[in-house]
Design a protein around this ligand. Structure first.
Ligand code: GLC
Length: 397
């Protein structure tokens, strides 16, 4: 339950702002023009991976330092500036951080398998400011606000649709925030980042135990490790590899040592899509996919097993996520009288066949079909940062 020091935008915000979106896989920098009721326009943007084996760098590894990481971010920001202007910056930093005000956040712990050295426990804004100073950009780029990606998604979605009270990410990681109507002694509305990926009162399977033991932070982020894109492919792989080992699936003699079933994280969430989308009687899509996994001669029974494992793991993910939404809606509105829109960003919700439908179905089963609408809201992380910067500052001169 991490306070953001932000409420919802008025929807009237205007002007040009810079945004930095740092979530773990890519870094995105943007210049955004806010036009109040007419929405927004992205003037320019750039995205770069944090690890690129071909270019020979990995800023997420334990040997990378805070200085290297934040210099990289500052250089990307610098690539968007033009001479003679001042840039107020909104920074989306998508990790559990303890804020003491709008613009200072201490990283509690890395999540999503990021391991960069000497960042945990540090003030993120300070690290960014020092990097901007090293790049001689500190007089030009002025960080105004730091926020979680769920908060940015809620801010951006409610800029357009004031009935949005919940923001969520179902992608590489998973987390949700909501607007608490009367926060603390000030009794004013504030968005709370609930870091629901760290929720752990859950019924774990032996595969969840196996998975978490082999992660960078064993026994942390338990819900995230059951539901998010970084991990669900690996859960499928762990189940299949155990069935192979027990002689219940694919003749073990036909599994070569380079088989993806034997290599940790060789099956990712994206590769589950063709399996889930295959409704052919002979499961030909699953068959084609299995050929790429080194299983050229699967039986129909084996293909059905693979499909049902992928479906069980992804359905469990969607239903657990829906359960967290139901918890929030009940907290806000126990009698379910009002309308609540949940803005969701992320590749699982957007792309995984059946995922969004499973969330909608669970909400319906909870009797909330009329009161709660879950909908895709893309790119909120970048836009929300610009809007949040606008709440507290003057636009680019
Ligand atoms: C992880 C982070 C959280 C973030 C989520 C989605 O769960 O801890 O802060 O919101 O991933 O990116």
């Amino acid at each position: 339950m991490l306070p953001s020091y932000l409420g919802k935008p008025s929807g009237q915000e205007t002007g040009d702002y810079m945004a930095l979106d740092f979530g773990g896989t890519n870094v995105r920098v943007l210049l955004v023009r806010l036009k109040g009721k007419e929405g927004y326009e992205i003037i320019s943007q750039k995205s770069l991976p944090l690890r690129d084996p071909l270019a020979g760098y990995d800023l997420t590894s334990p040997v990378a330092t805070a200085e290297e990481l934040f210099d990289f971010l500052a250089v990307q920001l610098g690539s968007l500036v033009s001479p003679g202007r001042i840039y107020p910056l909104g920074h989306t930093f998508s990790f559990p951080s303890l804020q003491s005000d709008l613009n200072s956040a201490r990283l509690i712990t890395w999540t999503k398998e990021i391991k960069t050295h000497s960042v945990e426990g540090q003030d993120i804004n300070q690290l960014l400011f020092e990097a901007l100073r090293r790049q001689k950009l500190h007089h030009i780029i002025q960080p105004k606000v730091i926020l979680n990606d769920t908060v940015a998604t809620l801010v951006a979605a409610s800029f357009e649709d004031p009935l949005t009270y919940v923001g969520s990410i179902c992608g590489t990681g998973h987390n949700t925030c909501y607007l608490e109507p009367k926060f603390s002694r000030a009794n004013s509305p504030m968005i709370i980042n609930i870091e629901s990926g760290n929720f752990d009162q859950l019924p774990f399977t032996p595969f969840d135990e196996l998975l978490t033991r082999a992660t960078a932070k064993p026994f942390e982020q338990r819900l995230e490790k059951m539901v998010s894109g970084s991990y669900i492919g690996e859960i499928v792989r762990l189940i299949v590899s155990q069935l192979i080992e027990q002689g219940l699936l694919f003749a073990a003699s036909k599994i070569g040592s380079s088989s993806p079933w034997l290599r940790p994280y060789a099956i990712n969430a994206r590769s589950l899509s063709p399996i889930l989308a295959d409704n052919t009687p002979e499961l030909t899509g699953v068959d084609e996919w299995l050929v790429t996994c080194g299983n050229p001669e699967s039986s129909l029974e084996e293909r059905k097993t693979i499909r049902s494992i992928a479906s069980l793991v992804t359905t469990r993910s969607a239903r657990l996520v829906a359960a967290t939404y139901i918890g929030i809606v009940r907290h806000l509105d126990a009698l379910a009288i009002f309308q609540h829109n949940i803005a969701i960003d992320g590749s699982l919700y957007e792309k995984l066949p059946g995922y969004a439908q499973n969330i909608a179905l669970a909400l319906r089963e909870a009797g909330l079909a009329d009161q709660v609408t879950a909908r895709l809201y893309k790119n909120g992380s970048g836009i929300g940062a610009a809007i949040a910067a606008a709440i507290d500052s003057k636009p680019i001169d």
